[in-house]
Design a protein around this ligand. Structure first.
Ligand SMILES: [Zn+2]
Length: 410
């Protein structure tokens, strides 16, 4: 499967770093360049209905060759994380990895250490791909794109493999939280979808947090400090009291793990007259979000009891919901992915993400979308790397998955 490695190296060389502070979509022009390359390759492979829209989203269809099978979709995102540079990525291929620390060739201070990266122990003898240490690699999510394109090429070249129609979708701006803003699930028109945006091998992410966002506005009263006696109400002081009374010992990201939810103040801005605090509400149990909002209202009440002339508003907005709630409506989405892994000798590792994925929003919009492994590691960092054999096993899983769906009825 050398073409998988060729494809991967070709895609990571296009700079597609997502940009947070812009109204543009895609946020980075490189996405349009990569998308043109992908659309051309899809046309050359004879995929049907190949398109690239002005948002940079690329779609195409691997036509089915069995009657009546449901349509499924495979998704990956073209943009890369803004947390490290994605310009002039130089893939560094390490064959027959010796199991030791990896010093990156372009910056000897950048070392992928075995002690910090437990999964390296299991990858001795494999082919690893790193950057040169001056950029990220971009395996997140070009490993997913390379896997999907390799499977598309394989299925188009092997019409004897029975499967239904498969929609290939490459999105943008996932890394800045806008990954499904421009995705039209009616146009995808599939029974279920899979994001190829997971790490390692065998990972099957079928659960995410449910999420709300609270904006707490504390309103004080400002006056010259010389005249302030008995009159000034300092919103900064109110905010300090508010945050110190939140139950962080049992309900914060830095003090919880596993299946615990949390309240996370992550932005504070303002001055004496007014302060706004933005707080993430997170739980795997959607009903607990209402209890978390109630905690914030109670904290507000205790602060107000001591500062009766102040005002505190707690405004809660819905963000996304646990993918699991929606995946239950189409149980085949996870069941057939697990069956495909087992059929090629991989034990599925079910994972719950202490965050959200594009799949959580797509699932909520009505397209059940679990997330599958693609062999990427240490993403969002110059220490990012990918394992070729894990990417290859994702290819074999997708080929199996296509056939399992080919035996289903809508
Ligand atoms: Zn990703």
């Amino acid at each position: 499967m050398d073409s998988l490695l060729d494809r991967f190296c070709r895609y990571v060389k296009v700079e597609t770093t997502a940009v947070e502070e812009t109204e543009n979509y895609p946020s980075c022009p490189g996405v349009l360049e990569l998308g043109r390359m992908l659309a051309d390759e899809m046309r050359a492979l004879k995929l049907e209905a190949v398109s690239q829209d002005e948002a940079g989203i690329v779609m195409g269809t691997i036509p089915g060759n069995v009657a009546g099978a449901p349509t499924i979709a495979w998704l990956a995102h073209q943009d890369t994380s803004p947390e490290a540079s994605g310009k002039d990525v130089k893939p560094n291929i390490i064959r027959n990895y010796d199991g030791k620390d990896i010093t990156l060739p372009g910056d000897s201070s950048k070392v992928i250490r075995v002690a910090d990266t437990p999964e390296l122990a299991g990858l001795k003898g494999r082919t690893l791909i790193t950057s040169d240490g001056t950029t990220l690699l971009g395996a997140d999510d070009k490993a997913g794109i390379a896997v999907i394109m390799t499977v598309a090429a394989h299925l188009m070249a092997h019409p004897e493999i029975p499967h239904g129609p498969i929609r290939v979708v490459f999105t943008s701006d996932e890394e800045v939280g806008r990954g499904v803003d421009k995705v039209d699930i009616k146009k995808i028109n599939a029974t279920c979808a899979y994001t190829l945006d997971g790490s390692g091998s065998g990972e099957l992410e079928n659960e995410t947090f449910s999420a709300d966002l609270a904006t707490v506005t504390l309103t004080g009263y400002n006056i010259h400090p010389g005249l302030a006696t008995g009159r000034m109400i300092n919103a900064i002081r109110l905010a300090g009291e508010f945050i110190s009374r939140m139950p962080w010992q049992r309900l914060a990201p830095e003090t919880t793990a596993g299946r615990d939810g949390f309240l996370h103040p992550y932005v504070i801005e303002g001055g004496v007259p007014e302060v706004k605090i933005r707080i993430l509400l997170r739980s795997f149990v959607t009903a607990e979000l209402a209890q978390q909002a109630e905690i914030l209202k109670q904290v507000a009440a205790t602060v107000l009891a001591e500062h009766p002339k102040a005002r505190i508003d707690v405004d809660v907005k819905r963000q996304y919901r646990n993918m699991k709630d929606h995946l239950e409506k189409e149980p085949r989405a996870v069941a057939l992915a697990a069956a495909a892994m087992k059929a090629v000798g991989i034990e599925p590792k079910y994972a719950s993400i202490r965050g959200g994925t594009d799949g959580s929003r797509l699932s909520e919009m009505g397209l059940p979308t679990p997330n599958l492994a693609t062999g990427m590691h240490n993403f969002h960092s110059v220490l990012e790397f990918a394992c070729l054999e894990e990417m290859e096993s994702s290819v074999t899983v997708l080929i199996e998955l296509a056939q399992l769906w080919g035996k289903e009825k809508p």
